[in-house]
Design a protein around this ligand. Sequence first.
Ligand code: TYD
Length: 151
Amino acid sequence: MAIEKTLILIKPDGIKRRLTGLAIDRLENAGFELVGAKAVSVTEELARKHYDALKDKPFFENLIKYIRGEFHGISKNRLIALVYRGENAIKGVRAVVGATNPEDAAPGTIRGSFGRISSKGQFENVVHASGDAQDAVREVALWFKPEEIIE
Ligand code: TYD
């Protein structure tokens, strides 16, 4: 079993609907260790780097607006970034978070319980969680300085 670190973001819909505590509670109860946490003002540049792999998708420009809080009236483009560590944390956290499309996410997962598809067709799925080991390493390094994570 590999000890992994993975990036979680409480997205603007999660911030607006006051789901930060609930997400942390579920991840903590699943046995993962919180080793990094901060509020971040998401710049255009950070948003575009984070979702670089999706830049050719038709939903990309709205995704950038969404993650920067522009659909939820979040002041200062604020969201919460977390790093969790644990055995197989990447897959394990994704299991707690649920599938990308809120309509496909299993009941009881964070996205299955609280995600929605907006009238514009945007998936508003409450949290981001790194998808695989390569993404996790890249995303943790993009959002956190090494000294902000407890090793
Ligand atoms: P993706 O990286 O495929 O999923 P995940 O967040 O589960 O790793 O997509 C990034 C985000 O883009 C996703 O959380 C919500 C949004 N999105 C849409 O709005 N519509 C779509 O059809 C897809 C695939 C994603």
